[in-house]
Design a protein around this ligand. Structure first.
Ligand code: IPD
Ligand code: CA
Ligand code: CA
Length: 262
C-alpha cells in the first residue's frame, strides 16, 4: 500500500541532504557571496539562500507536481494534493554568512493544517533531525527524547528574537528566567535550537515571533520527542513559539504570562 507521507518524507530527507551539501559548498566559499539586506541589516539574504531554495523547489516539483510549496525566499506556489512543503533553505543565515556552524536546511510537510513530517539537516554537525507525526523523532536515525531530568534551574533554555516584534516582553522573559535561576542560549538558528530541545540538549525554547518555515519542523520534533509546544497558527501565518519538556513548558508558560503583563 502506498503511504503518501512516507513517500514525501523519503524525498524530504534526500533533498535536505543534497541541499545541505550545496549550502556547505557556498559556506566554504562564502567570501564570494553577494549579501543583500531584507527587512534590516540583521536580516540578510545571499545567492546561497536563493539557489538552495530553488534546488529544493525543483526536486519537489519533479516528484510531487500537485503539492503546494511555501518557501522563505520564493513565497507560495499553489497545489491541489492537500500537501504543502514549507521550506527554509538556510535557517541561521546570519551565522552561515559569519562562518559560524549553527545553520541548517529545514523542511516541514503540512497536510490539512497539520505538520505531518519534518527534517532539519545540519551539515556542519553531520546531523539530521527527522520527525513524523504519531511515529516519533530521530537524530541520525536514533530516537530522540526531551530531557527527562531537566528543570529550568539546571539547563539552558533557547531564546530567539528578531526585529519583527518589540523587544519589551522578550527582555521581561529573560529577566524572569534569570530570576527563576534559569539560563538562556542563542546560536542564531531557531530551527536548530528547537531540534536541540527534542534531542534533550536544551530544556526549552522561546521566541515571540517566528515564521512557519523557521519552526514547524522543530515544533513537530519536540512533540514527537515527548515535549510540549504552544499551538502555532495556520499557514501562512507566523506566531509565538514556546516549547519544552512537559515540566519546563509549564514553568516557561507561567514566566511568559508574567512577562507579557509587564
Ligand atoms: C531566523 C533564525 C533566528 C530567529 C529568527 C529567524 P533565518 O531565520 O531562525 O534564530 O531568531 O526569528 O528569522 O533568517 O536565519 O532564516
Ligand atoms: Ca529561518
Ligand atoms: Ca532562512
Amino acid at each position: 500500500m502506498i503511504d503518501p507521507i512516507a513517500n514525501r518524507m523519503a524525498l524530504a530527507e534526500a533533498i535536505a541532504q543534497e541541499a545541505g551539501q550545496r549550502a556547505l559548498e557556498y559556506f566554504n566559499t562564502r567570501d564570494a557571496l553577494i549579501i543583500e539586506d531584507k527587512a534590516n541589516p540583521q536580516d540578510m539574504v545571499s545567492q546561497a539562500d536563493q539557489e538552495v531554495e530553488l534546488l529544493l523547489r525543483t526536486r519537489i516539483a519533479a516528484s510531487f507536481p500537485d503539492d503546494a510549496i511555501l518557501g522563505e525566499e520564493g513565497g507560495g506556489t499553489a497545489g491541489t494534493s492537500g500537501f504543502t512543503w514549507v521550506l527554509d533553505p538556510i535557517d541561521g543565515t546570519a551565522p552561515f554568512l559569519a562562518g559560524l556552524p549553527h545553520w541548517g536546511v529545514v523542511i516541514a510537510i503540512v497536510e490539512g493544517g497539520k505538520t505531518v513530517a519534518g527534517v532539519i539537516e545540519q551539515p556542519m554537525a553531520k546531523e539530521v533531525f527527522t520527525a513524523r507525526a504519531g511515529a516519533g523523532a530521530w537524530i541520525n536515525g536514533t530516537p530522540m527524547q526531551v530531557g527527562a531530568d531537566m528543570r529550568v534551574e539546571n539547563c539552558n533554555i533557547g531564546a530567539g528574537i528578531s526585529y519583527r516584534t518589540p523587544r519589551g516582553p522578550f527582555m521581561a522573559f529573560l529577566d524572569n528566567l534569570l530570576e527563576a535561576g534559569g539560563m538562556f542560549y542563542r546560536n542564531g538558528s531557531g530551527a536548530v535550537m528547537l531540534a536541540s530541545v527534542a534531542a534533550g540538549r536544551l530544556g526549552g525554547y522561546y521566541e515571540p515571533h517566528m515564521n512557519p518555515w523557521d519552526c514547524l519542523a522543530g515544533l513537530l520534533m519536540v512533540e514527537e520527542a515527548g515535549g510540549r509546544v504552544l499551538p502555532f497558527p495556520a499557514l501562512p501565518d507566523g506566531g509565538t513559539v514556546l516549547a519544552g519538556t512537559p515540566i519546563i513548558f509549564d514553568h516557561l508558560s507561567t514566566l511568559l504570562e508574567v512577562s507579557n503583563r509587564t
